[in-house]
Design a protein around this ligand. Structure first.
Ligand SMILES: NC(=O)c1ccc[n+]([C@@H]2O[C@H](COP(=O)([O-])OP(=O)(O)OC[C@H]3O[C@@H](n4cnc5c(N)ncnc54)[C@H](O)[C@@H]3O)[C@@H](O)[C@H]2O)c1
Length: 255
Protein backbone atom coordinates (compact mmCIF):
# COMPACT_ATOMS: atom_id res chain seq x y z
CA UNK A 1 0.00 0.00 0.00
CA UNK A 2 1.39 3.42 -0.96
CA UNK A 3 0.79 5.61 2.08
CA UNK A 4 1.47 8.71 -0.07
CA UNK A 5 3.80 10.18 2.53
CA UNK A 6 6.60 10.82 0.08
CA UNK A 7 7.81 14.41 0.46
CA UNK A 8 5.48 15.28 3.33
CA UNK A 9 7.15 17.21 6.15
CA UNK A 10 6.73 15.64 9.58
CA UNK A 11 7.62 17.06 12.99
CA UNK A 12 8.08 14.49 15.74
CA UNK A 13 8.54 15.77 19.28
CA UNK A 14 10.16 13.86 22.13
CA UNK A 15 12.44 11.94 19.79
CA UNK A 16 15.76 12.08 21.69
CA UNK A 17 15.94 8.56 23.09
CA UNK A 18 17.32 5.92 20.72
CA UNK A 19 14.93 3.41 22.30
CA UNK A 20 11.94 5.78 22.45
CA UNK A 21 8.65 5.96 20.58
CA UNK A 22 9.48 9.28 18.90
CA UNK A 23 12.61 7.72 17.42
CA UNK A 24 10.60 4.76 16.07
CA UNK A 25 7.94 7.06 14.58
CA UNK A 26 10.62 9.19 12.88
CA UNK A 27 12.23 6.07 11.39
CA UNK A 28 8.90 4.72 10.19
CA UNK A 29 7.85 8.01 8.52
CA UNK A 30 11.30 8.39 6.93
CA UNK A 31 10.86 4.85 5.58
CA UNK A 32 7.76 6.11 3.75
CA UNK A 33 9.67 9.01 2.21
CA UNK A 34 8.68 11.84 4.58
CA UNK A 35 11.06 14.68 5.44
CA UNK A 36 11.80 14.46 9.15
CA UNK A 37 12.09 17.15 11.81
CA UNK A 38 12.86 15.81 15.26
CA UNK A 39 12.58 17.93 18.36
CA UNK A 40 13.28 17.44 22.04
CA UNK A 41 14.62 19.27 25.07
CA UNK A 42 17.68 16.98 24.85
CA UNK A 43 19.84 17.98 21.90
CA UNK A 44 22.20 15.03 21.57
CA UNK A 45 19.75 12.27 20.65
CA UNK A 46 17.89 14.28 18.04
CA UNK A 47 21.09 15.38 16.28
CA UNK A 48 22.19 11.74 16.07
CA UNK A 49 18.78 10.63 14.77
CA UNK A 50 18.56 13.41 12.19
CA UNK A 51 22.04 12.59 10.90
CA UNK A 52 21.16 8.90 10.79
CA UNK A 53 17.98 9.41 8.75
CA UNK A 54 19.41 11.92 6.30
CA UNK A 55 19.84 10.35 2.86
CA UNK A 56 19.81 11.59 -0.72
CA UNK A 57 16.01 11.72 -0.76
CA UNK A 58 15.19 12.33 2.90
CA UNK A 59 16.06 15.75 4.33
CA UNK A 60 16.10 16.00 8.11
CA UNK A 61 16.44 18.62 10.81
CA UNK A 62 16.91 18.50 14.58
CA UNK A 63 15.52 21.34 16.67
CA UNK A 64 16.09 21.63 20.40
CA UNK A 65 12.98 23.06 22.10
CA UNK A 66 11.58 23.10 25.61
CA UNK A 67 7.95 22.71 24.66
CA UNK A 68 6.71 24.20 27.91
CA UNK A 69 7.87 27.54 26.44
CA UNK A 70 5.67 28.99 23.71
CA UNK A 71 8.63 31.00 22.38
CA UNK A 72 10.65 27.78 21.83
CA UNK A 73 7.79 26.18 19.89
CA UNK A 74 7.18 29.32 17.82
CA UNK A 75 10.86 29.47 16.91
CA UNK A 76 10.88 25.77 16.05
CA UNK A 77 7.95 26.18 13.66
CA UNK A 78 9.58 29.22 12.06
CA UNK A 79 12.71 27.14 11.52
CA UNK A 80 10.71 24.31 9.93
CA UNK A 81 9.03 26.72 7.51
CA UNK A 82 12.31 28.46 6.69
CA UNK A 83 13.93 25.09 5.93
CA UNK A 84 11.09 23.16 4.25
CA UNK A 85 8.41 25.75 3.40
CA UNK A 86 5.65 23.50 4.72
CA UNK A 87 4.47 21.31 7.59
CA UNK A 88 2.12 18.39 6.98
CA UNK A 89 2.40 16.11 10.00
CA UNK A 90 2.82 16.65 13.73
CA UNK A 91 3.39 13.73 16.09
CA UNK A 92 3.27 14.88 19.70
CA UNK A 93 5.40 12.39 21.60
CA UNK A 94 7.21 14.50 24.19
CA UNK A 95 6.16 14.16 27.80
CA UNK A 96 7.54 14.29 31.30
CA UNK A 97 6.87 11.16 33.33
CA UNK A 98 8.02 11.42 36.93
CA UNK A 99 6.94 9.50 39.98
CA UNK A 100 5.36 12.14 42.20
CA UNK A 101 3.39 9.78 44.47
CA UNK A 102 -0.11 11.09 44.93
CA UNK A 103 -2.16 14.23 44.34
CA UNK A 104 -2.01 14.88 48.09
CA UNK A 105 1.81 14.78 48.17
CA UNK A 106 2.66 16.41 44.86
CA UNK A 107 4.34 19.82 45.09
CA UNK A 108 2.33 22.47 43.21
CA UNK A 109 5.40 23.66 41.28
CA UNK A 110 6.00 20.11 40.00
CA UNK A 111 2.33 19.87 39.03
CA UNK A 112 2.62 23.11 37.09
CA UNK A 113 5.84 22.02 35.38
CA UNK A 114 4.29 18.73 34.23
CA UNK A 115 1.11 20.43 32.98
CA UNK A 116 3.39 22.93 31.22
CA UNK A 117 5.23 20.22 29.29
CA UNK A 118 2.60 17.54 28.71
CA UNK A 119 -0.50 19.64 28.12
CA UNK A 120 0.55 23.21 27.34
CA UNK A 121 3.41 21.96 25.16
CA UNK A 122 1.09 19.78 23.07
CA UNK A 123 -1.33 22.72 22.77
CA UNK A 124 1.47 25.06 21.60
CA UNK A 125 2.66 22.61 18.93
CA UNK A 126 -0.87 21.92 17.70
CA UNK A 127 -1.84 25.59 17.56
CA UNK A 128 1.30 26.53 15.63
CA UNK A 129 0.96 23.55 13.27
CA UNK A 130 -2.71 24.28 12.57
CA UNK A 131 -1.91 27.80 11.41
CA UNK A 132 0.14 26.26 8.57
CA UNK A 133 -1.94 23.16 7.88
CA UNK A 134 -5.10 25.27 7.47
CA UNK A 135 -3.54 27.18 4.57
CA UNK A 136 -2.58 23.89 2.88
CA UNK A 137 -5.98 22.31 3.64
CA UNK A 138 -4.18 19.11 4.65
CA UNK A 139 -2.68 17.95 7.92
CA UNK A 140 -2.22 15.02 10.27
CA UNK A 141 -1.86 15.45 14.02
CA UNK A 142 -1.13 12.43 16.19
CA UNK A 143 -1.02 12.74 19.96
CA UNK A 144 0.70 10.00 21.93
CA UNK A 145 -1.13 9.26 25.16
CA UNK A 146 -1.43 6.58 27.82
CA UNK A 147 -4.01 4.29 29.37
CA UNK A 148 -3.19 6.28 32.52
CA UNK A 149 -5.33 9.00 30.94
CA UNK A 150 -8.36 6.67 31.05
CA UNK A 151 -8.30 5.68 34.68
CA UNK A 152 -5.31 7.20 36.52
CA UNK A 153 -2.28 5.23 37.62
CA UNK A 154 -0.13 4.60 40.67
CA UNK A 155 2.59 7.19 41.27
CA UNK A 156 1.93 9.45 38.27
CA UNK A 157 -0.97 11.71 39.28
CA UNK A 158 -0.29 14.71 37.07
CA UNK A 159 0.87 12.55 34.16
CA UNK A 160 -2.47 10.71 34.21
CA UNK A 161 -4.40 13.98 34.33
CA UNK A 162 -2.45 15.47 31.42
CA UNK A 163 -2.97 12.35 29.32
CA UNK A 164 -6.73 12.42 30.01
CA UNK A 165 -6.72 16.04 28.88
CA UNK A 166 -4.86 15.05 25.71
CA UNK A 167 -7.74 12.70 24.83
CA UNK A 168 -10.17 15.62 25.04
CA UNK A 169 -7.79 17.98 23.23
CA UNK A 170 -7.62 15.42 20.40
CA UNK A 171 -11.41 15.33 20.05
CA UNK A 172 -11.69 19.11 20.26
CA UNK A 173 -9.07 19.68 17.54
CA UNK A 174 -10.68 16.97 15.39
CA UNK A 175 -14.11 18.61 15.66
CA UNK A 176 -12.84 22.09 14.95
CA UNK A 177 -10.91 21.02 11.84
CA UNK A 178 -13.06 18.19 10.48
CA UNK A 179 -13.95 20.20 7.40
CA UNK A 180 -10.48 21.41 6.51
CA UNK A 181 -8.54 18.30 5.49
CA UNK A 182 -6.86 18.06 8.87
CA UNK A 183 -7.26 15.01 11.08
CA UNK A 184 -6.30 14.71 14.73
CA UNK A 185 -6.05 11.33 16.45
CA UNK A 186 -4.62 9.95 19.64
CA UNK A 187 -2.83 6.67 20.35
CA UNK A 188 -3.46 5.46 23.89
CA UNK A 189 -0.50 3.30 24.80
CA UNK A 190 -0.25 0.53 27.32
CA UNK A 191 3.20 -0.65 28.42
CA UNK A 192 5.78 -0.09 25.70
CA UNK A 193 9.40 -1.24 26.02
CA UNK A 194 11.27 2.07 26.21
CA UNK A 195 13.43 3.65 28.91
CA UNK A 196 10.50 5.64 30.30
CA UNK A 197 10.04 3.41 33.36
CA UNK A 198 13.66 3.64 34.51
CA UNK A 199 13.54 7.40 33.99
CA UNK A 200 10.23 7.93 35.76
CA UNK A 201 11.27 6.11 38.93
CA UNK A 202 8.66 3.34 38.59
CA UNK A 203 10.26 0.17 39.99
CA UNK A 204 10.61 -3.08 38.05
CA UNK A 205 8.17 -4.97 40.33
CA UNK A 206 5.43 -2.49 39.42
CA UNK A 207 6.22 -2.82 35.71
CA UNK A 208 6.12 -6.64 36.00
CA UNK A 209 2.76 -6.44 37.77
CA UNK A 210 1.38 -4.21 35.01
CA UNK A 211 2.62 -6.55 32.27
CA UNK A 212 0.92 -9.46 34.06
CA UNK A 213 -2.40 -7.58 33.56
CA UNK A 214 -1.91 -7.29 29.79
CA UNK A 215 -3.94 -10.00 28.03
CA UNK A 216 -1.13 -10.37 25.44
CA UNK A 217 1.27 -10.94 28.37
CA UNK A 218 4.01 -8.81 26.91
CA UNK A 219 5.10 -5.22 26.49
CA UNK A 220 4.52 -3.52 23.15
CA UNK A 221 7.46 -2.45 21.00
CA UNK A 222 8.01 1.15 19.83
CA UNK A 223 7.79 -0.08 16.22
CA UNK A 224 4.27 -1.38 16.93
CA UNK A 225 3.24 2.14 17.93
CA UNK A 226 5.10 3.69 15.01
CA UNK A 227 3.29 1.58 12.40
CA UNK A 228 -0.11 2.68 13.69
CA UNK A 229 1.00 6.34 13.87
CA UNK A 230 2.33 6.12 10.32
CA UNK A 231 -0.94 4.74 8.99
CA UNK A 232 -2.89 7.53 10.71
CA UNK A 233 -0.55 10.05 9.03
CA UNK A 234 -1.34 8.63 5.61
CA UNK A 235 -3.81 9.62 2.93
CA UNK A 236 -5.54 6.26 3.47
CA UNK A 237 -6.56 7.32 7.00
CA UNK A 238 -8.44 10.35 5.66
CA UNK A 239 -11.78 9.39 7.26
CA UNK A 240 -10.33 8.75 10.73
CA UNK A 241 -10.37 11.75 13.05
CA UNK A 242 -11.08 12.29 16.74
CA UNK A 243 -10.14 8.67 17.43
CA UNK A 244 -8.69 7.87 20.84
CA UNK A 245 -7.27 4.53 19.91
CA UNK A 246 -5.71 1.92 22.20
CA UNK A 247 -2.35 0.39 21.22
CA UNK A 248 -2.02 -1.72 24.33
CA UNK A 249 -2.32 -5.49 23.80
CA UNK A 250 -5.89 -5.24 25.20
CA UNK A 251 -4.64 -3.79 28.51
CA UNK A 252 -7.40 -1.18 28.69
CA UNK A 253 -10.20 -3.75 28.39
CA UNK A 254 -8.74 -6.01 31.06
CA UNK A 255 -8.86 -3.71 34.10
N1 LIG B 1 6.71 3.75 27.07
C1 LIG B 1 5.48 3.55 27.53
O1 LIG B 1 5.16 2.51 28.11
C2 LIG B 1 4.43 4.60 27.33
C3 LIG B 1 3.13 4.32 27.76
C4 LIG B 1 2.15 5.26 27.58
C5 LIG B 1 2.44 6.47 26.97
N2 LIG B 1 3.71 6.71 26.57
C6 LIG B 1 3.96 8.01 25.95
O2 LIG B 1 4.77 7.88 24.80
C7 LIG B 1 5.51 9.09 24.60
C8 LIG B 1 6.97 8.74 24.37
O3 LIG B 1 7.47 8.08 25.52
P1 LIG B 1 8.74 7.12 25.50
O4 LIG B 1 8.35 5.86 26.18
O5 LIG B 1 9.33 7.07 24.15
O6 LIG B 1 9.71 7.85 26.53
P2 LIG B 1 10.82 8.97 26.35
O7 LIG B 1 11.11 9.44 27.73
O8 LIG B 1 11.93 8.42 25.53
O9 LIG B 1 10.13 10.13 25.50
C9 LIG B 1 9.73 11.36 26.04
C10 LIG B 1 10.62 12.47 25.50
O10 LIG B 1 10.06 13.72 25.88
C11 LIG B 1 11.14 14.60 26.05
N3 LIG B 1 10.79 15.77 26.85
C12 LIG B 1 10.60 15.84 28.20
N4 LIG B 1 10.39 17.10 28.57
C13 LIG B 1 10.42 17.87 27.44
C14 LIG B 1 10.26 19.25 27.18
N5 LIG B 1 10.06 20.13 28.17
N6 LIG B 1 10.34 19.69 25.90
C15 LIG B 1 10.58 18.81 24.89
N7 LIG B 1 10.76 17.48 25.08
C16 LIG B 1 10.69 17.02 26.34
C17 LIG B 1 12.19 13.75 26.76
O11 LIG B 1 13.49 14.33 26.68
C18 LIG B 1 12.05 12.43 26.04
O12 LIG B 1 12.99 12.33 24.98
C19 LIG B 1 5.26 9.95 25.83
O13 LIG B 1 4.26 10.90 25.53
C20 LIG B 1 4.74 8.96 26.85
O14 LIG B 1 3.90 9.55 27.79
C21 LIG B 1 4.71 5.83 26.74
Amino acid sequence: MDLKLNGKVAVITGAASAKGIGNAVARSLAGEGAMIVVSDIIEEGIQTLAADLQTGDIRTLAIRADQSKLSDVELAIETVIAEFGRLDILVNCAALTNNYGTVARMAPEKWEREIGINLNGAFYWIQQALSIMKDNKWGRIINISSVAGNFGTTGLPCYAVTKGAIHTLTKQVARENANSGITCNCLVLGIIATEIYERSGIDQATVDRLVEHIPMKRMGQPAEVASMATFLCSEQASYVTGAVMPVDGAFSISV
